[in-house]
Design a binder for this molecule. Structure first.
Ligand SMILES: Cc1ncc(COP(=O)(O)O)c(C=O)c1O
Length: 472
C-alpha cells in the first residue's frame, strides 16, 4: 500500500470511529503533513481519495469537511449475493411484463417505480426553457434532426461531461431517446447475438429485458449492496466463460444504489481491458448523490482505450418525459448511429431544443444540490419508517445516492405472493424476482423514495407492512 493510501485508510478509520463528526472540519493540509510526517503531495493525494469516495467534501477556500454521507444507521443491510451461476437465456420476462403493466394501473398506488414525482423536478425552469425553445426554433423544430443530434445540446452535454472528468468532443456525443434506448442501441450494435453479457445481481430489469429481446445471454455476478459487483466473482466467471460485455451502473445502481469506490472502478476497468470486455456504463443515477456537493466519477473518466461505452440521460434529474439521453464512444459511434437511424430515423427534435435551452439557463448544478439534499432526507425517512414497520429480520440498504431502497424480508416471505395481497388493497411495489433472470431475490423488494410524503403514502406503507406481518 502506498503512503497516501495508508493515510487515507487511517483517516477513514478515524472518521468511522467518530473521532471526526459529520460536518466537522479536517485539520489543514499543513497540519496533516506535520502530524503524519508526510509530504504535501502525499497528504493531498490521500484527501483526493477520500473526497472521491464521498467520505469528505472540499468547500471552496475553507478546507475539507466530513461528509454527511458518513452517518451510519443501525438498520442491517441486505447481505451480498455470493453464488455464481452459469450464463442463462432469459425467459421469465413475459410474466414480468404482465406484472409491470398492472403496476402502472392508475387505481394502484405504486411504491416501487423509480420515477421522480414531479415536485422533485425543476418544473419551472423546464417550462421556461420550453417557451424559449418554441420561440427561437420556429423554423427548425418541425423537421427531422439528423444524427448525432442537436449541436447546441451536444455542446452542453460536453460541458456536463467535462465536470465528470470526461473530455468529450461534442461530435462524439450521440443523442438518444433516454438511457434505455441508449443501452439498447449499444447492445444491439456492439454485441453478436448469443454473446454473454455480465450484469450485477440484483440488476435493473430493463437490462434483462433488453438482453432477452436481443438474444443475448446474461451471467449474473454476485454484488455487494454497498460497493457493487464483486471483482473476484467476475474474474472467476471470466475464467469459465467467454464474456463479451459488462452492463452496469457504477454509481448508485438500481435497485441497491451501490456505489463502486474509485479504486474498485479502476481495478474493474483494468480487468475488462485485459480481457477485451466492453463495459456498458449506465450513469443515470450518477448525479443523485445524497451529499449536495459530491458527484462520483464514472468509470468512463478513467478510460483511456475506449473500453467503456457511456450511456446516460436527464430522466432522473430533469424530465423523464422529454426522453433525452446520450451515448459516448467514439470508436463504436458509427455502428450505434446506424442502429439508431434504422430504428427511428432521429430523436425527438423539440425535446432536444428544450433540453439545450434548459442547460443553457445555467441553473442545473444549483438545482442538483437541492435535489440531492431532498433525496437524502427522503431516503433516510423511508428507511427508518420501513425498518420500524416491517417484520423482524428485515434488512434494508442504506443508500448514499439514488432514490431506491432494496429490502430483504425474512427468507420465507415470497414477495410475489405479498404483491398479490397488497394489490388487492390498492398498493403495489417491485418484487425481487424482477431483478434477476434466474428468479432469485424472491424475498426481496424495491421501493422508491422519490414520492411525495403524504397520508396516502403513509397508509400504503402501512398496507405493505400489515400484509408482510400476515405472511410471517
Ligand atoms: C438503471 C436505469 N437505466 C435506465 C433507465 C431508464 O432511463 P430513461 O428513462 O432515460 O430511458 C432506468 C429507469 O428506471 C434505470 O433505472
Amino acid at each position: 500500500m502506498n503512503k497516501y493510501e495508508e493515510l487515507a485508510k487511517e483517516l477513514h478509520q478515524q472518521i468511522r470511529d467518530g473521532q471526526f463528526k459529520v460536518n466537522m472540519k479536517l485539520p489543514s493540509v499543513r497540519q496533516l503533513c506535520d502530524r503524519h510526517k508526510l509530504s504535501m503531495s502525499t497528504v493531498v493525494r490521500a484527501l483526493e481519495v477520500l473526497e472521491q469516495d464521498g467520505v469528505i467534501e472540499g468547500r471552496e477556500r475553507s478546507g475539507f469537511y466530513i461528509s454527511a454521507a458518513n452517518i451510519q444507521s443501525s438498520v442491517p443491510i441486505p447481505e451480498a449475493s455470493y453464488i455464481l451461476e452459469q450464463p442463462t437465456k432469459i425467459n421469465n420476462q413475459e410474466l414480468i411484463l404482465g406484472l409491470m403493466k398492472s403496476i402502472y394501473n392508475p387505481k394502484l398506488l405504486n411504491l416501487g417505480a423509480a420515477i421522480p414525482a414531479q415536485s422533485f423536478l425543476p418544473v419551472k425552469d423546464i417550462d421556461k426553457a420550453s417557451r424559449i425553445a418554441m420561440r427561437s426554433t420556429q423554423h427548425q423544430r418541425d423537421k427531422y434532426m439528423p444524427m448525432p443530434g442537436d449541436r447546441v445540446l451536444r455542446e452542453q452535454i460536453s460541458v456536463y461531461m467535462r465536470n465528470l472528468n470526461c473530455e468529450v468532443d461534442p461530435e462524439h456525443i450521440m443523442v438518444t431517446s433516454g438511457c434505455q434506448e441508449a443501452t439498447m442501441l449499444v447492445l444491439l450494435s456492439c454485441f453478436e447475438k448469443g454473446s454473454t453479457i455480465a450484469v450485477e445481481t440484483p440488476t435493473y430489469p430493463g437490462f434483462l429485458q433488453t438482453c432477452e429481446l436481443l438474444n443475448l445471454e446474461v451471467i449474473e455476478i454476485p454484488t455487494d449492496p454497498r460497493t457493487g459487483v464483486s471483482i473476484g466473482a467476475l474474474e472467476l466467471a471470466i475464467q469459465q466463460w467467454s464474456i463479451a460485455g459488462l452492463l452496469l451502473s457504477s454509481n448508485y445502481s438500481n435497485p441497491t444504489c451501490a456505489r463502486m469506490p474509485t479504486d474498485k472502478k479502476k481495478t474493474l476497468l483494468d480487468l475488462c481491458d485485459r480481457h477485451s470486455i466492453r463495459i456498458v456504463e449506465d450513469d443515470v443515477y450518477g448525479d443523485i448523490s445524497h451529499d449536495p456537493y459530491y458527484r462520483p466519477r464514472p468509470i468512463k473518466s478513467f478510460d483511456k482505450n475506449d473500453t467503456v461505452i457511456y450511456c446516460s440521460s436527464f430522466s432522473k434529474t430533469v424530465s423523464p418525459g422529454l426522453r433525452v439521453g446520450w451515448v459516448v464512444n467514439p470508436t463504436l459511434q458509427k455502428n450505434i448511429e446506424y442502429s439508431k437511424y434504422v430504428a427511428g430515423l432521429s430523436c425527438v427534435t423539440t425535446s432536444q431544443y428544450i433540453m439545450a435551452e434548459y442547460l443553457k439557463l445555467g441553473k442545473h448544478e444549483r438545482y442538483l444540490q437541492s435535489a440531492r439534499r431532498r433525496y437524502g432526507m427522503q431516503s433516510n425517512l423511508m428507511l427508518e419508517r420501513m425498518y420500524e414497520l416491517l417484520p423482524e429480520g428485515t434488512r434494508i440498504t442504506q443508500p448514499r445516492g439514488g432514490f431506491t431502497l432494496w429490502l430483504s424480508l425474512p427468507s420465507h416471505i415470497d414477495t410475489l405472493e405479498l404483491l398479490e395481497k397488497t394489490m388487492a388493497k390498492g398498493v403495489c411495489f417491485n418484487p425481487g424476482v424482477l431483478f434477476s433472470a434466474l428468479n432469485k431475490h424472491r424475498n426481496c423488494l424495491r421501493l422508491s423514495c422519490a414520492m411525495e410524503w403524504n397520508e396516502n403514502l403513509e397508509s400504503a406503507l402501512g398496507v405493505l407492512a400489515k400484509e408482510s406481518h400476515k405472511l410471517m
